[in-house]
Ligand binder design. Sequence first.
Ligand SMILES: [Fe+2]
Length: 316
Amino acid sequence: MPARRNKTADDITSEVLRRFAETPEPRLRQIMLGLIKHLHAFVKEVELTEAEWFQAIETLTEAGRMCSDKRQEFILFSDTLGVSMVVDLISHRKPDGATESTVFGPFHRLGAPKLPAGGNIAHLDKTGTPTLVSGRVLDLDGKPIKGAVLDVWQAQSSGLYDSQDASLDGLHMRGKFHTDAEGRYLVRTVRPVNYPIPSDGPVGRMLRATGRHPWRPAHIHFVVSADGYEPVTTHIFDRTDEYLGSDAVFAVKDSLICDFVRHDSGDNAFGDEPARLGIDPPFLTAEFDFHLKPGSERGTTVLDAQQRLAALGAAG
Ligand SMILES: [Fe+2]
């Protein structure tokens, strides 16, 4: 008599693991075996019913249908489940002193315009408080990095990114800035505001069903890169924001919290810079230095991934 096959749930798990154990590429083998082990354990632990399993498949199908070159529901799932931040931590273990990274998020767009120091990324935003963000890009010894690129993006004062705003056609609140010989950069924008992540899809339903809010604390996104250094994908956060302790995507790190200082007269640490740029009080200033860790290997960056995702979305 041949042995009976697949008698128990554990028998099935063992058989599936045996099948994947033949995977030739070692890293893929490790990932697949880990995935099967944990996925099966999860299904067994919660005793997933057929109806719940179908619901999960419907949810993922709907998430896929919502994706386009302007909307990435899977990144939102990854972010709101905290997975993006865990992957980010594993991928970017920084030595002491390097600027910490945080989630890339779903709102980066390719093709941001190159702007000079002091260039205004918020030129169409008429309601936000003018804000100057400045600082330096430095190496781990504090030496200035000339010609570093800061790819900056931010929500408008309405709380919407350009891609979510039907009244906008092109790019807005985006720019690429270069550091000068002292490693300095200067970005003109408006005060960042807190905003809810898109909640009109399956991610929003999950948040509501689990009693979570969709809000993110006010922040500005940066990817800072320079030849010979590892790029950092990060945000700076407004220290006064009420959602710093409950960011819907778990992205806040203490080292990324920054003071946005209000000026009601022209007298401030920026000297005559605001006047030169035609900015009247009240306005805000924020200062933040980025520290890059050396590394010549480029590898696959989040921007490469973004390019591929955008191509998928545009094709859909
Ligand atoms: Fe954001």
